[in-house]
Every structure is written in structure tokens, then in C-alpha cells.
Design a protein around this ligand. Sequence first.
Ligand SMILES: Nc1ncnc2c1ncn2[C@@H]1O[C@H](COP(=O)(O)OP(=O)(O)OP(=O)(O)O)[C@@H](O)[C@H]1O
Length: 286
Amino acid sequence: MSEIPTTAAPLIGEGSLDPDALEQVIAADEARFKHDYLEIRDLRVVFDGFVAVAGVDLTVTQGDLRFLIGPNGAGKTTIVDAITGLAPATGSIRFGGVELVGKPSHKVARAGVGRTFQTASVFDELTVLQNLDIAAGSRRKARVMLRRRSGIPEAVEAALETVGLTHARDLPAGVLAHGQKQWLEIGMLLVQDARLLLLDEPVAGMSQAEREETGLLLQRIGAQRTVVVVEHDMEFLRSFASSVTVLHQGSVLSEGTVAQVQADPKVVEVYLGRGAGARGSSKEAS
Ligand SMILES: Nc1ncnc2c1ncn2[C@@H]1O[C@H](COP(=O)(O)OP(=O)(O)OP(=O)(O)O)[C@@H](O)[C@H]1O
């Protein structure tokens, strides 16, 4: 068995998020993102008679960094599944003017929608660069993709810099720390040119420093693209959300700025509960 390099640990520090590279990735063509927005109307998801999502309306505009919160089982992940064609849905989900309900996952991706999962879904055996290359090449023919190329595509290079993994580019993704894998996944969405990014608990398991860097990264990406973050970490939400939708039992309970939802008595009662200031209080409240 080949030796796996074990030098991944300091890489985030060394190659921490580079604002210039980030500019390169996101500054490309403002106009492309201008008319993007997510518009969900009367979304319902029913599993064997159990109503997991009960008629949700949700509008997220380009430039928003929307956090989706709620107690366990509120329906957050199911909404993301419905958007990405992984849960049976009725109602309407439109992004960039395209109706997504009824579309299979690959067509949803083609409409500019990308997601990450709670557990990073990168190819562990492939290098960081290969993972990004495959993501970038998802629209290229396999033959072209597999051919050894002399140069690294500009978008891949920029994404590597952006997510702070330039120095880890030749390491197998499997040796990356959990946080680094999440960054790689976000990089993969950038090179795929996803215009709607749906991120499921992106900072779970990250250190405080990694959380800060990730929050700044998401804010910058969210300034142009449409970003929806499913998150339990209230401290992270307070620092970085520009708006919040609170779900409860498959319905929208409250929506607004962080201050507005925190002050909403319904939210305090069903979600924040006792010790609202504590991180992870949502888990305790459920
Ligand atoms: N494939 C499925 N079949 C049956 N029930 C499901 C399925 N997926 C989700 N559910 C149920 O739907 C409800 C909503 O689940 P969902 O995972 O969307 O909640 P969530 O808000 O994301 O919770 P968590 O914070 O725990 O991830 C839960 O009661 C869950 O058990």
C-alpha cells in the first residue's frame, strides 16, 4: 500500500483564505448572477403519509446569505433534498426562472444548483486537485477529462486558492481534516459554477478559527451568489447570517434578520428555549 502523506494539518493555516483569489473567483461577471433568486411556493414533501414539509414558501434573493434553522426533524434537510431532486415534492421551486420540481438531480445541477452534505462527499482516494478537476469537468466529456493536461484550469487554480488548499492540492482528499473537506466541497461548487449553493451544516466539527474563515468565505460568496446554509450553530449564525428562516414541524415559524427572529416569542418558545445564548441550544430544544 502506498504511503499516504501526513502533512495536511498545517495547510489551512498556510494557505488560509486568500481574498484576492476569492475576488478572482467571484468577480467574474456580476451580471450573470443578477437575476438569480430562489422562489419556493407551497412546497410539500410527504413520506408514506408523514408530512415532513407542509406548504413552505421561501424566497432567497441573490446577495443574501440565508440561514435555515429549526429543531431536529423540522424539515431543513428535506427542503434541500426537495430542491436538489432527492425528495418527492409538490408545489413550486424556481431558481433563475427554471422550475426544479420534478427534475432529476443532474438537471437541477445543470440549472446552477449545488449542495454539500453534512458528511463531505469528496473522493477520498483522489487528490484535492483531481476532485476539483472532476467537479470542473462535470460538463466536459470524460475522455477529455481523463487526458493528462499540462496546465491547471484557471477556475480550479482560483478555487484552490480561495478555499486555502493550494498547498494540499496533491494530497489525497482522504487525509484532509473534516473542515478542510468541507472547504474542498465548497471549492467544488465554485468550479462547477453553482449559482445557488445549499450548504448543510458547513462548520460542524470545525475549530473556531476555521469557522471564522468559513463564515467570511460564505459572506463573500453570498454577496454575489444565492447561498442557503442549514445550521445548528447559533454563534456562527449570529456572526454571519444576513437573514434567517426558522422552521418548525415542516412549516415556516419565523423569518427576518437575526435580531428579528431572536426576538420572536414563537422562536424563543419552540427553538431557542432556555439558555438561548448557548451554541447547540437547538439540539437541546428538540
Ligand atoms: N426518507 C425519509 N423517509 C421518511 N421520513 C423521513 C425521510 N427523510 C426525512 N424524514 C423525516 O422528515 C422529518 C424532517 O427531517 P429532516 O431531516 O428534514 O429534518 P431536519 O430539520 O433537517 O433535522 P436535523 O436538524 O436533525 O438534520 C423528520 O421527522 C424525519 O424523520
